[in-house]
Design a protein around this ligand. Structure first.
Ligand SMILES: *Cc1c(COP(=O)(O)O)cnc(C)c1O
Length: 348
């Protein structure tokens, strides 16, 4: 057993409660796409108390269905008759985001709950606002299709002062959405754009204890703790280099630990010299390049021994957001990137 990702059940429950504290009036769509942001669908049971769970594609709905009876929102919707049938069997609500999906939906002989996604300015998924009334009138008298919600998505919610947020929200508010539920807010909007919360909120990253913003949010509790054992220690003489490419050189005699994790486990290869690693409660620093199976860490500030475990992220002293900053990426990518070689377990 080398690298371990331990998934905190109490942190999941806590973060879900933080969502409700921010948006007490709204129903919650628990975003569990991409294997629950890399946390593994079978290890995030506390999130199954959300009102509905969302995945990106049918293969994910298939894996989620045996684990919970909650409805599943299928973000990509369906494009074929066959997928429509399976989605209905899996008790999915379908997102309708492209006009080319309408014919398949209209062919349904079984009850379908639809979320109509409007492009309010992100220009990724979503139908144009001008198409909405036409679509609604076509669906209006369909025996089996029930419209559950009108939804849209922010492009810049992680920058609360970005003018695009207000533009998109105003645009959405001007739509004729009649009696349908409405949904716009991801984690960043839940925390910073109260007026976008509407009837359903769609938290993702905050459920896993990471902030959607540039700063850390102490209210949220890290869910995944990623750790790996020290396999060796040694002293590098002043002037000697460590690792591939010899990119880091000891300026004085330096004790280092070699740790059993690398980019083959999903630890980012772009992590720079100086990226923090937590060993026995002390923040130490990465030295040299990340290799496939190993990293090297300066341990002159702690008397770490072989067998001690290093925490790569997921602790109050070392959050995944901090590691992300050191490798020019975001917490989302690090969390979803932990590989199958890592052993996943539950923790309290
Ligand atoms: C992933 C996703 C979310 C959640 O975003 P976070 O930033 O993780 O909260 C919300 N809505 C849609 C449509 C998404 O694809």
């Amino acid at each position: 057993m080398q690298a371990v990702a331990a998934i905190s059940q109490s942190a999941l429950a806590h973060n879900l409660a933080v969502v409700s504290a921010h948006a007490p009036q709204a129903k919650v769509v628990g975003m569990v796409k991409s294997d629950a942001y890399g946390h593994h669908l079978d290890l995030i049971t506390p999130l199954f108390t959300a009102d509905i769970l969302a995945v990106s594609e049918l293969s994910e709905a298939r894996r989620l269905r045996p684990l919970t009876q909650k409805p599943i929102l299928l973000l990509s919707g369906v494009f074929t008759e066959k997928d429509l049938q399976e989605a209905i069997q899996l008790n999915c609500h379908l997102v309708f985001h492209d006009l080319s999906q309408l014919a398949i939906l209209m062919s349904s002989q079984h009850a379908v709950k639809l979320w109509i996604k409007i492009d309010t300015g992100m220009h990724r998924l979503g139908i144009a606002a001008q198409s909405l009334s036409d679509v609604l009138s076509q669906i209006d008298n369909h025996k089996h299709i029930q419209i559950e919600c009108i939804m849209s998505h922010f492009a810049c919610a992680d920058e609360p002062m970005h003018p695009k947020n207000t533009q998109q929200l105003d645009f959405f508010n001007q739509l004729d959405t009649k009696d349908f539920y409405r949904s716009m807010a991801n984690s960043a909007a839940i925390m910073s754009q109260v007026k976008s919360q509407f009837d359903y909120v769609r938290p993702g990253i905050m459920l896993y204890g990471a902030s959607p913003f540039a700063n850390i949010d102490e209210q949220l509790m890290p869910v995944m703790e990623l750790s790996a054992p020290i396999l060796s220690t040694k002293t590098i003489k002043a002037g000697e280099a460590v690792g591939y490419g010899a990119t880091w050189k000891a300026d004085k005699d330096t004790r280092i630990a070699i740790i059993g994790i690398g980019y083959g486990d999903g630890y980012p290869r772009h992590a720079k010299n100086g990226t923090p690693v937590l060993i026995n409660g002390t923040l130490c620093t990465l030295v040299g390049r990340v290799s496939m199976d190993l990293i090297c860490v300066d341990i002159k500030q702690t008397n770490a021994q072989i067998g001690d475990r290093a925490i790569l992220w997921g602790n109050d002293k070392l959050r995944v957001e901090t590691v992300a900053l050191h490798c020019q990426t975001i917490a989302y990518e690090l969390l979803t990137g932990v590989s199958t070689r890592v052993t996943f377990t539950q923790r309290a």
